[in-house]
Structures are given as structure tokens and as C-alpha cells.
Design a protein around this ligand. Structure first.
Ligand code: ACO
Ligand code: ZN
Length: 223
């Protein structure tokens, strides 16, 4: 216990202001013992959560120079399901989602992007859907565009359009963004979601997108 206290005091003398951890990506104030403690906790949980040891039976659906995409299905061995649950917990934490029970757990498909450093650095969770509502416009009105609540209140059409596949989560590790990992996950999903056909961008829908999610989707779908 003593050594830990000492460590915090030392860190406090060396670093002021915000620091970003180069392995877990958390931004914290190294001079604040409380922040430092939160970081230590998050750091261990996060790195443990994204650690990928490799499985005897894994469904590799795409391979790249910097990693591979592994597909996990609901009836896979429990070690695979557990990894998906751990990753989803980290993702939901970051997105501020409450535990959302998937509508159709037996049909959920989870795609994990595993980096060559054996870490899950991307995750896409998809489920079959029948219809979707198009996002019409940015929220308008007097609310501050930066406030968290208004930033998710996109105007949606009330005319349902047919869709096939809903993306309930898409996430890329903070330190690996803008490397086309999300794009490759969606490409792979379109290729693998229904046997024998490549889904068009009209057939996939992003559920409840965050501002990041919407920017990505807009770019990806060229709308
Ligand atoms: N702002 C502007 N453009 C963006 C953004 C952004 N935040 N994110 C991606 N893009 C654009 C890129 O510029 C890129 O364009 P290009 O291919 O012409 O160069 C294109 O979208 C593809 O980007 P990728 O590199 O494939 O995206 P990335 O791997 O960085 O992942 C993601 C994007 C998943 C949204 C990531 O930023 C993330 O995990 N954010 C936090 C979690 C989140 O909000 N997820 C969406 C939740 S919504 C839902 O789950 C349904
Ligand atoms: Zn860290």
C-alpha cells in the first residue's frame, strides 16, 4: 500500500495536466491521485478485456496485413461468447449504453477485429431487422449542439424502409481509429451476413448512432 501511495506522489510531481495513456487510451490527470487510481483500474480491466489469446477453433472471415476479422456466432464455445461479452461491456461503457438485451440473441453476429498484437481493437455487432427509419437531419433548435442529450436526437423519418441488417454496435479502440478498421468491419459484415450475397448499403442500418457513428456511416454510405 505504501509503495502505491509513493508512486502517486511521484507521478504528481512529474506530470501536471492531462495525460493520455499510450496503451489503454484513457485521458486522465496524473497529478490527481483519484484520477490516477481510476486510470489504474480502467487500464487493467480494459487491457484484460481486449486481450485475445487465440482460439483453437476460430472463424476467420477476413485477413489483412495488420490483423484479421473473427466472426462469433451465438452457439460458439463459451470462451468465445465470454470474450464477446467482455468486449461488449467495455464498448457499452464507453458509449454510455445501458445493458441492451439484443432482440434476437440467437441470430446475433459479432465481428471482432483482432490486431497483430493480439488485441481486439474493433467490434461490430449485427442482427437481422426488417425495417429501419432514415435519419433526416441534424437536430435543430435552441439547445446547445454540444450537449450530450441533444446530440443524439436526430430527426428520423416515420416512414419505415425495408432493411436486412441492423448494426447495433460498432466500435474501434481509440488509439486505432481512422485506420479503416470500421470500414473493413462493415465490408466484411456485408459479405458475411447473408450467405451468397453482398448487402447493399441500403440494406444495412445503424441503430441509435452516436455523433461519431453518424459521421462514419455518412462517409461509408456516401450519403
Ligand atoms: N468524424 C469524421 N469522419 C469519420 C469519423 C469521425 N468521427 N469516423 C470515421 N470517419 C470517416 C473516416 O474519415 C473515413 O473516411 P475515409 O475512408 O474516406 O478515409 C471513414 O469514415 C471510415 O473510417 P474508419 O477509419 O473505417 O473508422 P474508424 O475505424 O475510425 O471507426 C468509429 C469509426 C467506429 C465510429 C469509431 O470512431 C468509434 O469507435 N467511435 C466511438 C464509438 C462509437 O461512437 N461508435 C458508433 C456507435 S453507433 C452504433 O453503434 C450503431
Ligand atoms: Zn492506461
Amino acid at each position: 500500500k505504501e509503495t502505491k501511495d509513493q508512486f502517486i506522489i511521484d507521478a504528481g510531481q512529474k506530470h501536471f495536466g492531462a495525460t493520455m495513456c499510450k496503451s489503454c487510451g484513457m485521458i486522465y490527470t496524473a497529478s490527481s491521485p483519484e484520477d490516477e487510481m481510476q486510470h489504474v483500474q480502467h487500464h487493467q480491466r480494459f487491457l484484460e478485456g481486449i486481450k485475445y489469446t487465440g482460439w483453437k477453433k476460430e472463424r476467420v472471415v477476413a485477413e489483412f496485413w495488420d490483423g484479421k476479422i473473427v466472426l462469433v456466432l451465438p452457439h460458439d464455445p463459451s470462451y468465445a461468447i465470454r470474450k464477446v461479452e467482455d468486449v461488449q461491456e467495455l464498448v457499452d461503457n464507453e458509449l454510455g449504453f445501458q445493458q441492451v438485451v439484443p432482440r434476437c440473441p440467437s441470430k446475433t453476429k459479432t465481428f471482432l477485429f483482432v490486431s497483430d498484437e493480439k488485441k481486439v481493437v474493433g467490434c461490430l455487432i449485427a442482427e437481422p431487422i426488417k425495417q429501419a427509419f432514415r435519419v433526416l437531419s441534424e437536430p435543430t433548435g435552441p439547445e446547445s449542439p454540444n450537449s450530450k442529450e441533444s446530440s443524439r436526437a436526430w430527426q428520423c423519418s416515420n416512414v419505415p424502409e425495408p432493411a436486412v441488417c441492423g448494426i447495433s454496435r460498432i466500435w474501434v479502440f481509440k488509439l486505432k481509429r481512422k485506420k479503416r478498421i470500421a470500414r473493413r468491419l462493415v465490408d466484411t459484415l456485408r459479405n458475411c451476413f447473408m450467405f451468397g450475397c453482398f448487402l447493399s448499403t441500403n440494406e444495412i442500418a445503424f441503430s441509435d448512432p452516436t455523433p461519431d457513428g453518424k459521421l462514419f456511416a455518412t462517409k461509408y454510405c456516401n450519403t
